[in-house]
Design a protein around this ligand. Structure first.
Ligand code: SF4
Length: 60
C-alpha cells in the first residue's frame, strides 16, 4: 500500500502539507510530493485535499 498524488487533480493548494503530522509532503514544482520514507499511512491527507488528488494505491 502506498499513498499517491494524482498530478492531474493537484492544484498545489498545500492543505495536505499543513495537515500531515509526519512532515512527509512537500511541493515538487506545482504538485504535492509524498516522501514514503516519512509517511505512516494514516490517511489524514486524503480527506484534507479539497481536490480529491490524494488516494491509497496498491503497490505496483
Ligand atoms: S498518509 Fe498521513 S503521514 Fe502519510 S502523507 Fe498523508 S498525512 Fe502524511
Amino acid at each position: 500500500m502506498r499513498i499517491q498524488v494524482d498530478p492531474t487533480k493537484c492544484q498545489g493548494s498545500g492543505e495536505c502539507i499543513r495537515i500531515c503530522p509526519q512532515g512527509a509532503i512537500s511541493m515538487r514544482g506545482d504538485v504535492a510530493f509524498i516522501d514514503m520514507s516519512k509517511c505512516d499511512f494514516d490517511g489524514i491527507c486524503i480527506p484534507a485535499c479539497p481536490h480529491g488528488a490524494i488516494f491509497f494505491a496498491d503497490e505496483a
